[in-house]
Ligand binder design. Structure first.
Ligand code: AMP
Length: 609
């Protein structure tokens, strides 16, 4: 699931031993400066750079710092392993020689997975399941979209969920628990030390309990005296299961804390605060009528933190085609309007899920049959879709007016939100949201639907971290053997978002949605800017036909502009599909999330023994 930042590098081998690395370098010819990169077992998240010089091997540790940067011990920080290697190919800065020639991984050799890779994925899943009560597809989607943030989160709190963690218990109580039942060597537990806020490891060996203090250095890394340092307690424990690192023996059997698996969603104990279990939100989301109120102050909000109804959940249990009028409370507040009528804020009363905030599209009563049919068609399309990044329909209510009841996305349309919050929304934030839009569109493409009106105005925000595609008024389901929809006549079309084949031949496909996605990206990265400035539709068509494309918005990263331009490939056959677009968005999202800019410099690097 999580992607190693070095996964793209052709000279990265994953978790291979020193001996194996040397074998590959021998096969590679042993020229001076021949190098490869491998995962480091001793420092998690770190790497080892193996280099040949003078027919000898040199191995350098690369550490991942807490701020997300990478550096050789004593060397300059770099924002990723690729950037680090590029730097040392131009500047020796203490290395035995420049990195001259990458020792490429043979085409039939996969990157070797490390023991922590799969462990981390399992922990992440368990955490999401327990904390937000998510399962199945909803869990998968949440994890794909939030992997970098979640990894950071579990890294610091995961031990609280593990069976060997006993919290704050006294030393004699830890002994009592370890002596209870069988007493094999290596039976262990971890506890908070009473006075100091640090941890202790208590372990049985030869029927005697030994206590070790888990030390922490200035940068917060955990270690046993003289031992290897780790970012988290659980990583240290996993390591000590493989190597004793100064202990009497390796850790073998967890002394269980006896806690049943939590059934209700909750955050780990140390993250709770206040009588109601939660601290107030770190900030209210501008434009949101129901600010997120369940987020601990010390971390960023995640989409799953939405109060009340969790939009990651599959709402099938509340989805009914006919909603009774008595189940709906309608607010006077108007969220928006269109030629069909208006969208109002409301509450849906359900039996199982309590009261849910909803948006209600109300058809104006004087509207004629045609508009009513259009709204029914939109409802029908929405009814067939079920994805966290697409606004879900909860049902229709036919009362004083025809009403379409939807999940609420209270922070409103993306373009308005961004232009009102230019100073507070970061580029990484926009990347995250646009990645979610690409996930929703990939789902739509997979279901053989075309949206036909993808634009920033039709991407609605639940909060700063959670975007959903809306407005299926123009959408079409394609037949099983059709990959495009042909419109008989041109309508009131959003030409600036349309691909050439839509305008010239009235042909709409997922590939033409990809073009619109490019324009939506442009709107997002220009913080709600208007595409093609003051140009009118026909001028835009001439502009595109002449081979021109919009310029890169000021704040837009180069890789995102490159993707936009790919989306604006003139011929739809050569344009990427959403599978490809989502992958590009995801890789970029993972590479920038939670990463600090490199700062400062340090002394020359030292080889490790
Ligand atoms: P539409 O005609 O579907 O584009 O809706 C018109 C406007 O109503 C949108 O631009 C939004 O401001 C608002 N709106 C529509 N659906 C929702 C929703 N599910 N949650 C919040 N606001 C919505």
């Amino acid at each position: 699931m999580s992607i190693d930042p070095a996964a793209d590098l052709p000279f990265f081998y994953g978790s291979i031993s020193r001996v194996k690395a040397e074998d590959y370098l021998k096969l590679g010819g042993m020229s001076d400066g021949l190098f490869l990169l491998r995962q480091c077992l001793r420092s998690l998240g770190g790497y080892v750079l193996s280099i040949v010089w003078n027919l000898e091997f040199h191995h350098y540790s690369i550490e991942k710092q807490l701020n997300g940067t990478y550096c050789l011990i004593g060397g300059k920080p770099h924002c990723g392993p690729a950037e680090l290697c590029e730097f040392y190919s131009k500047d020796r800065d203490g290395l035995v020689c420049l990195l001259k020639k990458p020792c490429l991984r043979p085409s039939d050799t996969q990157i070797e997975l490390g023991v922590f890779d799969s462990l981390k994925d399992n922990m992440l899943r368990e955490y999401v399941k327990q904390t937000w009560n998510l399962e199945g597809e909803a869990m998968e989607q949440a994890i794909i979209s939030q992997a970098p943030q979640l990894e950071k989160l579990i890294a610091t709190t995961a031990h609280e969920k593990l069976p060997w963690y006993h919290g704050k218990i006294a030393r004699h109580e830890s002994e009592r628990r370890l002596y209870c039942g069988a007493q094999p060597d290596g039976k262990f537990l971890v506890r908070d030390r009473e006075e100091s806020g640090t941890f202790a490891l208590s372990m049985l060996y030869g029927k005697t309990v030994y206590h070790y203090q888990i030390l922490q250095d200035k940068s917060g890394k955990y270690f046993m005296p003289e031992g290897t340092k780790f970012d988290t307690v659980w990583q240290l424990v996993e390591y000590l299961k493989m190597k004793p690192d100064g202990l009497m023996t390796i850790l073998r059997e967890a002394c269980l804390n006896g806690k049943a698996v939590e059934k209700t969603p909750s955050l780990p104990a140390t993250r709770r605060a206040g009588a109601n279990g939660y601290t107030p939100p770190p900030r209210a989301v501008a434009g949101a009528s129901t600010p997120v109120d369940t987020v601990p102050a010390e971390r960023d909000i995640l989409p799953m933190d939405c109060s009340g109804f969790n939009p990651y959940h599959n709402p099938n249990e509340v989805k009914k085609f006919n909603i009774q009028r008595s189940q709906l409370l309608m607010d006077e507040v108007e969220l928006g309007s269109g030629n069909f009528g208006c969208v109002k804020k409301g509450v849906l009363k359900t039996q199982d899920s309590g009261q849910i905030d909803v948006a209600i599209k109300v058809l104006k009563s004087e509207n004629e049959k045609l508009v009513k049919e259009e709204m029914m068609r939109e409802a029908e399309i929405m009814y067939q879709l079920d994805n966290p990044f697409i606004v879900r329909i909860l049902g229709l209510c036919n009362a004083e007016n025809l009403m379409l009841v939807m999940e609420m996305a209270s922070a409103g349309p993306l373009n308005k939100f961004l232009s009102a919050n230019k100073d507070t929304v970061s580029v990484e934030n926009i990347v995250n949201m646009m990645h979610q839009v690409s996930m929703g569109m990939k789902y739509l493409e997979g279901k053989n639907f075309v949206h036909r009106d993808l634009a920033a105005r039709n991407v609605l925000l639940v909060n700063l971290q959670f975007a959903k595609i809306s407005d299926f008024g123009l959408s079409k389901a394609l037949g099983a053997d059709n990959n495009y929809y042909k419109a008989r006549t041109a309508g009131k079309w959003p030409l600036k978002w349309y691909a050439p084949e839509c305008i010239n031949f009235h042909k709409f496909s997922s590939k033409s949605d990809v073009w619109s996605f490019g324009v939506t990206m442009w709107e997002a990265f220009s913080y709600g800017g208007k595409p093609y400035k003051k140009m009118k539709g026909p001028e835009v068509i001439r502009f595109i036909d002449a081979g021109n494309r919009m310029d890169c918005p000021a704040a837009c990263p180069e890789r995102m502009y490159d993707l936009m331009k790919e989306c604006w490939t003139y011929k739809h056959e050569e344009r990427p599909d959403f599978n490809k677009v989502e992958e590009s968005m995801r890789l970029y999202h993972y590479s920038v999330s939670g990463k600090a800019k490199p700062e400062g410099a340090a002394a020359a690097a030292e080889p490790v023994k």
